[in-house]
Write a protein that binds this ligand. Structure first.
Ligand code: TRP
Ligand code: ZN
Ligand code: CA
Length: 445
């Protein structure tokens, strides 16, 4: 589009009005989505990734296959248990975890805990998350507790994909012989030297998180951990209740008993869903949260996908938030001060900034400082391009915006973009006559 001096002084045309309205949209122009999840409570925390439900379900499919190939269960002392341990361990080894299999004896059979440490972080402040991997002998144990095992596994793999470098040291665990009385987790805690115990700043437990008629229960233990989970569910508009179906009936009790802060999530076992609960969560009132609890029908079909998905995302949210940290302190500036001339009414030009050495994603409030000298800034359309090419519109053109220069800071929700890579400022002059140049621009992480 060209325009003339005449048009510049004309009253608002429809086109110009449209431009003005567009320009009046808040400048945080995210291209796509959607309700930004509440930024983490700690300013240093990066946003957790969405945990892909399909990946969690694939782990459950693997555990079901293992049970089917081993007499229909994955119970302590049975071949299906050791096969489960080997399977999970192989995934973690391939993802860069340091894994340890801890053996113990219970009821005359060898049991196994699997511990996976993510290298890095402050080993004096360890954040742990765990799930029991054993089933009862009567069934394959897919909700109890393939669900927690798979959610924790996929979160650990997401840590690896993000190459997260948290302030705290991360440790994931899969416990043996929970169904015999929390045997594996007790063994682990009892065999930790007290100096090591005191370094564990929190233990998060996930036992049954995909119940087919689900409730959303949060353990009422450590207040910080509890709040972290509640904040997550509040952010997605899902009401929660305090877990009361048996405090002390899972592996977090082993940690709580020695004074380690604990928390966790649960979607219900044999207790019945009330009508009030069915009203707020859906599902069937008067029916157990899990009618297949400890039964042969606790198979791959005994899972509510929505509950599994939400709880898996909540695990990741808690791990990211409670381990809050970046390798590089926030406030780092990446700038390109080379001038780039912007052709009049011509093709778009770009200026690049390369970000490296960071971990995870860009901030939810990425500051984009722009300094463009121009004699009629209404000519300019400005986008920020993420390393993957995603465009974030910073400014539209406007026939009526006759001021000089664009010297301002835009805020972009870039939490869906990995921080590292080449970011570009893309500027196009879409109307004839006035011209200018990119003087400098910068990103503040
Ligand atoms: N841990 C129990 C099991 O594996 C299930 C269970 C009952 C539970 N009540 C709980 C788990 C409360 C977590 C929280 O059979
Ligand atoms: Zn059980
Ligand atoms: Ca121009």
């Amino acid at each position: 589009m060209t325009h003339s001096v005449h048009r510049r002084t004309a009253a608002l045309t429809a086109v110009a009005l449209a431009g003005l309205l567009a320009a009046a949209v808040p400048s945080t122009a995210a291209t796509t989505t959607a309700a930004a999840p509440s930024a983490a409570t700690s300013p240093a925390a990066l946003a957790a990734p969405d945990i892909p439900l399909a990946n969690v379900k694939a782990h459950l499919g693997d555990l079901q296959s293992i049970a089917s190939a081993n007499g229909g269960n994955r119970a302590h002392g049975r071949t299906g248990y050791k096969a489960s341990i080997d399977h999970v361990k192989a995934k973690l080894d391939a993802a860069g975890f340091t894994t340890t299999v801890q053996q113990f004896t219970s009821s005359g059979a060898t049991g196994y805990n699997l511990i996976a440490d993510w290298p890095g972080g402050d080993t004096n402040r360890v954040l742990m998350a765990g799930a029991h991997l054993d089933s009862v002998t009567s069934g394959p144990g897919i909700n109890d507790n393939g669900s927690g095992s798979a959610g924790v596994l996929e979160t650990a793999l997401a840590v690896s994909r993000a190459q997260l470098n948290p302030d705290k040291h991360l440790r994931f665990a899969w416990w043996g012989a929970e169904e015999l009385g929390l045997v594996g987790s007790k063994y682990y805690v009892n065999n930790l030297p007290s100096a090591e115990r005191s370094k564990i700043s929190g233990y998060l437990n996930f036992d049954m998180i995909g119940s087919p008629n689900p409730g959303y229960f949060v353990y009422d233990d450590d207040p910080t951990i509890e709040k972290t989970f509640k904040d997550y569910f509040a952010g997605i508009g899902v009401p929660t209740e305090i877990e009361t179906e048996g405090d002390g009936r899972s592996d977090h009790a082993s940690f709580k008993n020695v004074g380690i802060p604990v928390g966790g999530l649960f979607t219900g076992a044999s207790r019945t869903k009330s009508s009030a609960q069915a009203q707020k969560w859906g599902g069937t009132a008067g029916q157990a949260f899990d009618r297949c609890y400890h039964s042969s029908c606790d198979s791959a079909s005994n899972i509510n996908d929505t509950a599994l998905d939400r709880n898996s995302d909540a695990i990741a949210h808690a791990i990211w938030t409670l381990s809050a940290g970046t390798t590089v302190p926030p406030g780092d500036v990446y700038e390109n001060a080379n001038n780039v001339s912007i052709p009049d009414n011509g093709a778009a030009v770009t200026s690049s900034v390369t970000v490296s050495g960071r971990t995870g994603n860009a901030p939810a409030a990425l500051a984009v400082g722009v300094d463009i000298k121009h004699t009629w800034r209404g000519d300019l359309v400005i986008d920020l391009l993420a390393p993957d090419g995603t465009a974030y519109r910073l400014k539209n053109s406007s026939g009526s915006d006759s001021a000089d220069n664009v010297i301002t800071t835009y805020t972009v929700n870039a939490s869906g973009e990995s921080a590292n890579g080449t970011w570009q400022l893309k500027v196009q002059d879409v109307a004839a006559q006035d011209t200018g140049f990119i003087d400098s621009w910068k990103l503040t992480f």
